[in-house]
Design a protein around this ligand. Structure first.
Ligand code: TRP
Ligand code: SF4
Length: 398
């Protein structure tokens, strides 16, 4: 398993907005300095709900990738790729579908939620039921250790872990696993006997310290190849070989980026500022925002806590500015347009470098195509290796 490997993805279903930036992408940008990152355009996933209007998907892919690049996702550091261009996602999805009970998919909470929420569409399809299993394949095909996602995606990560565990349990034991493991113990050399004794102490007596010591012997032994090391790691705990490691969710600090109306920013509420919204449009949208309804006239004092503009100050303003808003609003010392100006300025300032970074890609879309082609190839190289193990384990030939 690659504990430091990260995989995350986003569906190309329209333009990205500041909610995506503050909620997800900012976090990706930070992670690429400390981790090996794979960032995926989940176009198959977009199809599960948008099969009736596929034009949006095609159009959104490039724009979305430009938004990522504009935010500072760096193609030199991270692998940026398109899910459908790496066929192993579809292949692993099919493989996993052989051993995933229908009930596991039916009980994923997002399934019923979405069926109800999107009731204007017929989502009683095979593909939509399989949405989280495809997501599991996305993660497992890279043996990723960490998956940065929001709270709503946690059930999908749980399912991924359960499917991986089941897969390893069913296919992780080669027919002559015990024999191979015992042969590997001999290769440890002198400490081999001790390793076996510690294993017995752990398995029979539940001695957790013995487990630690045995692991230390494995780690210190120079003579083991990667396959034997993995075998013994499984054998030590009476498990098989780990073919698909269990990942963990890396929760993004809950960012409820407020929208123009005080609700969470979301395309479905029509309350967004897009990531590369023109400055005049930003100004116009914020100037049109509703404020505390108690401030009917300029002379009426208001309460910032009852005003969606205040929520944006909470995201964008420093202590001095916030103190100025509190004092000015509650005493009717400032007008609402005065109050909105620092927010407008801050949003425009935040977007300035995004426009600058995006410029070269907007004026030369071939650059984006090149980045994706390179990312697809890098991703496929990793995915192909996983599929080799998976196919072998499932008896589909070497
Ligand atoms: N389901 C995710 C979402 O709607 C997108 C996604 C697809 C994803 N595959 C993934 C996220 C793999 C993380 C890992 O946001
Ligand atoms: Fe809202 Fe600012 Fe107007 Fe107060 S002064 S109601 S915080 S916009």
């Amino acid at each position: 398993m690659h504990a430091e490997r990260i995989l995350s993805g986003m569906r190309p279903t329209g333009s990205l907005h500041l909610g995506h930036y503050h909620g997800v992408i900012k976090n990706w940008v930070a992670l690429q300095h400390s981790h090996e990152c794979f960032f995926m355009v989940a176009d198959w996933h977009a199809l599960t709900t948008n099969f009736d209007d596929v034009s949006v998907i095609g159009r959104s892919i490039n724009e979305m990738v430009i938004d990522w690049l504009a935010s500072g996702v760096d193609p030199e550091k991270s692998t940026i790729f398109v899910q459908s261009r790496v066929p192993q996602h579809a292949e692993l999805h099919l493989a996993l579908s052989m051993v995933t009970p229908l009930s596991w998919l039916e009980r994923v909470p997002t399934y019923k939620d979405q069926l109800e929420k999107l009731s204007h569409k017929d989502l009683t399809t095979y593909g939509f039921l399989g949405y989280p299993l495809l997501q599991a394949a996305d993660i497992l095909v890279y043996k990723a250790g960490l998956v940065p996602v929001g709270e709503d995606q946690v059930p999908h990560i749980e399912l991924t872990r359960e499917v991986a565990r089941r897969f390893n349990h069913m296919f992780g034991r080669e027919p002559n696993f015990d024999e191979l493991a015992r042969a590997a113990v001999k290769k440890i050399g002198k400490a081999g006997r001790q390793f076996e004794a510690l294993r017995t102490a752990y398995l029979q007596g539940g001695d957790a310290e013995a487990l630690q010591e045995a692991r230390a012997i494995l780690a210190a032994s120079q003579n083991l190849g990667a396959a034997d090391r993995e075998r013994l790691t499984g054998w030590l705990e009476n498990k098989g070989k780990t073919i698909l490691p269990e990942c963990e969710a890396k929760l993004t600090a809950a960012s409820k980026m407020p929208g123009l109306d005080g609700q969470k920013m979301s395309k479905s509420y029509g309350n967004t500022i897009t990531m590369r919204e023109a400055p005049e449009a930003v100004s116009k949208k914020i100037r049109a925002m509703p404020t505390d309804p108690a401030r009917v006239r300029r002379t009426d004092p208001g309460t910032p806590e009852k005003c969606p503009v205040w929520q944006l100050h909470e995201v964008y303003s420093d202590g001095d500015t916030k103190a100025w808003v509190q004092a000015g609003c509650t005493s009717a010392g400032i007008g609402c347009l005065d109050c909105k100006q620092p927010v407008i300025d801050a949003v425009v300032r935040e977007q300035q470098p995004m426009f600058e970074r995006a410029e070269r890609y907007v004026s030369n879309p071939k650059l984006v195509a090149e980045i994706l082609a390179e990312g697809n190839a890098r991703a496929e190289k990793v995915a192909r290796e996983t599929m080799r193990d998976v196919r072998a384990a499932m008896g589909l030939g070497a």
